[in-house]
Design a protein around this ligand. Structure first.
Ligand code: UDP
Length: 331
């Protein structure tokens, strides 16, 4: 039986995809260097600890596991860090993707699903982006992903590869059954940070910018539940297996929530008020970023199951409570 290679499968989004793949009986091998991933997050999938830029390792994995499709998640993803240390991002995200693609071409692996980001759009006019919106990243993270996208499109044109590029908007929430979640230390993402504060692991929650040209003055984002995002990857895999053409697709719900609306949802779900501190805008944050996401539905037949902010918050908060209990056990 052929295997699916999932790079970064021990990380937040990758592990949710691995969970769905193994649940439907796929054979999965994960390659993850465990820098930001967790061994226990891969469940019953095979785990090879190593770097995706290591061509000798990747050639061996592709061959030994008879890989016929790659889902490539492994990446650094912290935008401010990419501004401080761009070469870290171009190295890990762009150069390592180039090496991985070279190994795939050599091994005759033609199918790849690539984790890209709404950050490739930068600050789109009107705050809404469809897949034809010009790509103008405003930070090295977005650019590192766009460069990888470009390699894939060029390989597609050369007839060497079939791909689905998925551009994630704001990913949030966790496995509703609480088996895996978002464990990233030093989190910066709004919902994760808000839930850490709600369970008492942070003393306050900052709102970055209350003077945007939005109805309540705070930034608006399109938050997609990680389980729905994971499902999009399985649909993309099926699409490529059915000889579908290469695609670039936004992943979001097509509508958004402001920072204040997210905070209200966390307060509703946790049942107490949060200590919210208003701060100036964070550099590089667009006022609004929403996906036009019709293509994902039309091309892959994807339908969201969890387009419900309170549900997303409940799953995220449950995981945060789990992490807190774990931390207390260890003391
Ligand atoms: N944000 C905030 N406080 C935080 C983290 C984020 O007010 O502690 C805001 C941020 O300015 C943006 C939105 O929440 O408007 C989403 O930010 P996040 O970092 O989660 O994702 P991004 O959209 O930057 O990828």
């Amino acid at each position: 039986m052929k295997s699916i290679l999932v790079t970064g499968g021990a990380g937040y989004i990758g592990s949710h995809v691995v969970q769905q793949l193994t649940a439907r009986g796929e054979r999965v091998v994960v390659v993850d260097n465990l820098v930001s991933g967790f061994r226990e997050a891969v469940g019953s999938a095979g785990l090879v600890v190593g770097n995706v830029g290591d061509q000798a390792l990747m050639a061996r994995v592709l061959q030994e596991h008879q890989v016929d499709a790659v889902l490539h998640f492994a990446a650094h993803t912290v935008v401010p860090e990419s501004v401080r240390d761009p070469l870290k991002y171009y190295g890990n995200n762009t150069c390592n993707t180039r090496n991985l693609l070279a190994c795939c071409v050599d091994a005759g692996v033609r199918r790849i699903i690539f984790s890209s980001t709404a950050a490739v759009y930068g600050m789109p006019v009107g705050g809404i982006a469809d897949e034809q919106t010009p790509t103008q990243p405003i930070n090295p993270y977005g650019m590192s992903k766009l460069m990888s996208e470009t390699m894939l499109r060029d390989l597609g044109t050369a007839g060497a590869m079939d791909y689905v590029i998925l551009r994630y908007f704001n990913v949030a929430g966790c496995d509703p059954q609480g088996r895996i979640g978002q464990s990233t230390p030093n989190a910066t993402l709004l919902l994760k940070v808000a839930c850490e504060h709600a369970v008492g692991r942070r003393g306050q929650l900052f709102i970055f910018g209350t003077d945007y040209d939005t109805p309540d003055g705070t930034g608006i984002r399109d938050y997609i539940h990680v389980v729905d995002l994971a499902t999009a990857h399985l649909r993309a895999l099926d699409h490529l297996r059915n000889q579908g053409e290469s695609l670039t697709l936004n992943c979001g719900y097509g509508h958004g929530y402001s920072v204040r609306e997210v905070i209200d949802a966390v307060q509703r779900v946790c049942g107490h008020a949060l200590n919210v501190v208003e701060q100036p805008r964070r550099a590089g944050d667009p006022p609004m970023l929403i996906a036009r996401a019709d293509e994902l539905r039309q091309r892959l037949g994807w339908e969201p199951a969890h387009d419900d902010l309170d549900f997303t918050v409940r799953t995220a908060l449950a995981w945060e409570r789990h992490l807190l209990a774990q931390a207390m056990d260890q003391h």
